[in-house]
Design a protein around this ligand. Structure first.
Ligand code: GLV
Length: 313
């Protein structure tokens, strides 16, 4: 089989995949056009439409990331070709650390202390126990479920939400529209780990934000399109301290347009922290173990979880 790899640092990925899959010929998009055209499989992250259109007899696509939104929104995506995506592959642990950092940032008042420092103000705040700091995790896929478990192990009560019912040990699981409303009403921090699909776009809108208790915080290592940005800015209010506005602060890693445009008001909001989509970089070794396994399964016709393009994940 011929596999075409396309991602930043493609050469490094090509070499490492070739080692794991000696039966395959692994090329990158730098290979000559006739080789690209005869690729049986693509292992890609955000390929261009031109690249997707080239192979004449494509048998499968492996998405080199957890979110398939970019791939599914590509106008040149061939229908009927099975897509396999990475599931966790070491990303959940990294994202879990990002979320823990965010939770402690708000629960231990680091946001307040940062602002106080700018005013040379020495003032201690009483600690609210983790047990009294319920956390909501929207999205209980491979990453959301693992992150929920990490946060629960730290001692936070965790409420998880998915569209259809799920049961996870140690997590209060909610589902459906009513479940989402119930979850929003009781969490002090809300973590977004849903896929970007037509059903989840702007799931955090003015109404959802209004359901959060006064002083709640938002952590988004998922996808930017989950949040209605105008509603978020409204809920934050403009003040430096969280005396106005119902939302205490937000830690945001994903945006509808990346890089976040220079003119975005989020950059300079005093209660927003911005990171450049770094919460869960794909660890090469674990990812490539999954890629090799997926390619072998696709080639042998053995069962493997594939993406449902209608559901969007
Ligand atoms: C990164 O955002 C991914 O989907 O893997």
């Amino acid at each position: 089989m011929r596999v075409l790899v396309h991602i930043d640092d493609a050469e490094q990925w090509r070499e490492a995949l070739a080692e794991r899959l000696p039966e395959a010929e692994v090329i990158t998009s730098a290979a000559p056009a006739e080789q690209r055209r005869s690729a049986d499989y693509l292992a890609v992250w955000k390929p261009s439409a031109e690249l997707l259109r080239e192979p004449v007899a494509l048998k499968g696509i492996v998405n080199l990331g957890a979110g398939v939104d970019a791939l599914l929104n590509n106008p040149a995506l061939p229908r009927e070709v099975p897509i396999v995506k990475l599931r966790d592959a070491g990303m959940a642990e990294l994202i879990g650390d990002y979320v823990r950092y965010g939770l402690l940032h708000f629960q231990r008042d680091f946001d307040r202390y940062r602002r106080q420092q700018a005013r040379h103000q020495w003032r201690e705040h009483a600690v609210i126990d983790k047990a009294d700091w319920p956390v909501g995790v929207l999205g209980l896929g491979a990453i959301g479920a693992r992150v929920a478990a990490m946060v629960a192990a730290d001692g936070f009560p965790v409420h998880g939400w998915s569209r259809s019912p799920k049961t996870l040990p140690g997590i209060h699981c909610h589902h459906g529209d009513a479940g989402l409303e119930a979850l929003l009403e009781r969490v002090k921090s809300l973590v977004l780990l849903l896929p970007d699909t037509p059903a989840t776009r702007h799931i955090i809108d003015a109404q959802a934000l209004a359901r959060l208790p006064e002083g709640a915080s938002l952590i988004n290592p998922g996808r930017g399109a989950l949040i209605d940005e105008a509603a978020l800015l409204d809920a934050l209010g403009e003040a430096e301290d969280e005396t106005t506005g119902r939302l205490r602060g937000a830690l945001l890693d994903a945006f509808p347009e990346e890089p976040l445009p220079e003119a975005s008001p989020l950059w300079s909001h005093p209660r927003v922290m911005i990171t450049p989509h770094m919460a869960g970089p794909t660890p090469l070794a674990e990812a490539l173990d999954q890629v090799a396994e997926a390619l072998r399964a696709l080639e042998a016709g053995t069962p493997i979880d594939t993406v449902d393009p209608r559901a969007g994940y």
